[in-house]
Design a protein. Structure first.
Length: 201
């Protein structure tokens, strides 16, 4: 490598025979461009991660656990008697219960015919006579009857019930005479009895 030296001052004017890598302007430009691209990439990645965290984190937690403002509002506004949140009785019935056929009550096949009544025991006791018909395909027992006593004008006075512990066979009838049903008002003039319960045998 040769150097040109000024004779009077002995200073170095220029270097010849080779160039330093730091003296190339194009390389300096490429290096600056790479640094700028890395900085932009870092900023974009930071913004992307921040946006993803905001969208997936807080909103998901609010929707799943109800801790956000909307979840708190729903929890505060909900009440035990809210028709929107409270299941109705129809909704609580299972399909199996809806499809299950209802068994007819044993008393449905019982009817009273030819009934009458009279006073006994100094006029304070009611004695009824009636015929009980069993139209069921099975015998019944422990038949409970209810008798309603009214005045002559039809106004209600009193009710009396009595359980008959006898048995009435299948498709048969049975007459009960002077069955004591209890004490009645002295003004009672009419009586009507009907079966209200029975046990299937």
């Amino acid at each position: 490598m040769a150097m040109d030296v000024e004779p009077s001052r002995g200073r170095m004017i220029r270097l010849t025979g080779g160039r330093s890598k730091w003296a190339n302007p194009a390389k300096w430009a490429n290096l600056a461009s790479v640094r700028t691209n890395l900085l932009l990439l870092t900023v974009v990645m930071f913004i992307g991660f921040a946006t993803w965290g905001m969208l997936s984190g807080p909103s998901g937690a609010r929707s799943e656990h109800g801790t956000g403002p909307s979840g708190a509002m729903v929890a505060q506004n909900a009440s035990p008697h809210d028709p929107i949140n409270t299941p109705t009785e129809a909704a609580l019935v299972t399909p199996a219960e809806q499809a299950a056929p209802t068994e007819a009550a044993s008393v449905d096949g019982l009817k009273i015919s030819s009934q009458s009544w009279r006073r006994g025991g100094l006029g304070s006791n009611a004695q009824v006579t009636f015929t009980l018909r069993n139209g069921n395909d099975y015998a019944v027992k422990d038949i409970e009857i209810s008798c309603v006593f009214t005045r002559r004008d039809g106004s209600h006075l009193t009710d009396r019930t009595r359980t008959i512990h006898d048995t009435v066979d299948v498709k048969s009838r049975r007459t009960f005479a002077r069955l004591h049903v209890g004490f009645v008002n002295i003004n009672a003039n009419k009586a009507k009895c009907s079966p209200i319960a029975a046990n299937r045998i």
